[in-house]
Write a protein that binds this ligand. Sequence first.
Ligand SMILES: CC(=O)N[C@H]1[C@@H](OP(=O)(O)OP(=O)(O)OC[C@H]2O[C@@H](n3ccc(=O)[nH]c3=O)[C@H](O)[C@@H]2O)O[C@H](CO)[C@@H](O)[C@@H]1O[C@H](C)C(=O)N[C@@H](C)C(=O)N[C@H](CCC(=O)O)C(=O)O
Ligand SMILES: Nc1ncnc2c1ncn2[C@@H]1O[C@H](COP(=O)(O)OP(=O)(O)OP(=O)(O)O)[C@@H](O)[C@H]1O
Length: 511
Amino acid sequence: MTLTAEQITYLLADNGLLKTGADFKGEVEHLAYNSQSVRPKTLLFIKGNFKAAYLEEALQKGACAIVAPMDFHHETTVPTFRVDDVAAAMSILSMAFYDYPQNQLALIGITGTKGKTSTAYMAYEMMNEATQGKAALSSTVQVITGPNPANHYRAHLTTPESLDLFRWMHEAVNNGMTHMVMEVSSQAYKKERVYGLHFNVGVFLNISPDHIGPNEHPDFADYLACKMMLFDHAEQIVLNADSDHFAPLIERAREDVPADGIWLYARKTDDLERSAEVTYETIKEDLQGSTFRLDEHGQQAEQLGLTGEYTLDMPGDFNQGNAVAAMIATRLVGTDAKAMQKALTTVKVPGRMQEITTKRHGTIYVDYAHNYASIAALLHFVKANEHVQKLTIVVGAPGNKGVSRRPGIGKAVNEQSDVVYLTSDDPQFEDPNAIADEIQAAITNPKVVVHRQMNRTQAITEAIKHSGPADVVVLAGKGMDEYQKTNGVDVPYENDWAIAKRVVHSLEGDK
Ligand SMILES: CC(=O)N[C@H]1[C@@H](OP(=O)(O)OP(=O)(O)OC[C@H]2O[C@@H](n3ccc(=O)[nH]c3=O)[C@H](O)[C@@H]2O)O[C@H](CO)[C@@H](O)[C@@H]1O[C@H](C)C(=O)N[C@@H](C)C(=O)N[C@H](CCC(=O)O)C(=O)O
Ligand SMILES: Nc1ncnc2c1ncn2[C@@H]1O[C@H](COP(=O)(O)OP(=O)(O)OP(=O)(O)O)[C@@H](O)[C@H]1O
């Protein structure tokens, strides 16, 4: 794969990105945004806090041309294309370099404050089932470009940098994949990681205040505006009519997408004013999963042909809404109800509502919930089960990140739990006890019993040990993480799931 000097100039100019061209004559055989991956004949993108030392390394390793912002003042010594927006340029040139792989894939993009990963895995499983293994996935947990384990990668971002995304898409196409689902974070739009990318279907799950702070969004308006950019870039939209801030969402969706491309879904209620093409209601539910009914309303919706009852082997009432969103989206790219039903009984999402049933210590959930909306939704689901006696949560909050989430975590605990073990998450450079103080400040309900145990393994052990057969223990915030970020180092950690399994085994034995 190559890009010639003429192609680079043309693509940058044609997309209105080029400020000053470069006296470059050859062609590039590699693209990179990190000096460490530069090889001879690499076109280097200079973005973010790019240091002079990185530039030196890149030039030594053979970078032959550069795309840099106007305000990058270091001496570059190789031809340099100057642009206003390097991230956008990287996206445009990467998709061309990898031969526009998105055009070979039926592509679904999923956004939302909560549920992106769960919904993406559901859609991935549904499409895989329907195509006999020809679906690809880009999620916070994993990127999967083919069925071979060698094509499974650990993800570092919810939405990869554009260069990595198009490389992975290209690999998926080469591996014979025909469908792909990806998570699209608000940062992906803010940082132009999906600039110029169009989705066959965009899914908007929900929005509530989150990701506001240094290096993320200055305020909620900016967060909302970035998330709504998905509407500009999707042929059809699946939108949750129960989402907070629905009014601006539907208004914007109608500006961007024709009426017959908008698919609203909602939980069934008696409210006749509310209208959605697809509604769903719980038929039965327990701590392991549920059966729900899906109904279609009106001619447009009936084309889907999805009316019926479905079994979902994943706990959490909120996962029914995620499942319905995945069903509509995958239907729009050709998946059938039978494949969907099969997927809903087999899907497992790493670190999301993973359940352990015990003999004498109740039900345990390992779950990635780490802000008010997700912890409140999870605790509400457990509390709604009349058979549950005591609800214990083991929770902390990361250091030097998402600091504004701490009072919300305390609020959710305060509203719905019986016992909390405040513990360490990823403390980074902060004192985990001081983080726990911030969470505890919001726990004012005297009925909530508060314990502190900063050793997370010990906190999990104690919480399970003190739970009975009708109790529930929620291990929140770390999912399947096998490290605790401490003072800038990933300190190895057994993971919540493995610890819980080991503790249950030591308390109850094998059977
Ligand atoms: C704020 C933000 O988006 N930061 C991202 C950005 O960091 P940065 O530009 O500051 O990178 P840096 O590490 O200072 O390096 C600057 C540049 O020098 C390069 N470099 C660096 C080191 C080196 O030796 N040589 C070299 O060339 C890097 O490749 C980079 O291009 O570029 C990095 C490289 O791709 C990203 O890892 C990093 O994401 C950080 C880790 C992050 O936490 N991002 C969050 C805010 C984020 O994007 N989150 C959303 C999830 C939101 C949700 O859950 O909804 C996501 O999509 O993941
Ligand atoms: N639709 C939903 N509404 C509210 N909470 C949800 C919903 N779906 C999942 N959750 C909760 O949020 C947790 C995280 O879910 P998931 O990882 O699927 O979301 P995400 O949007 O990818 O999250 P993040 O942006 O934090 O990576 C789940 O484990 C569950 O507790």
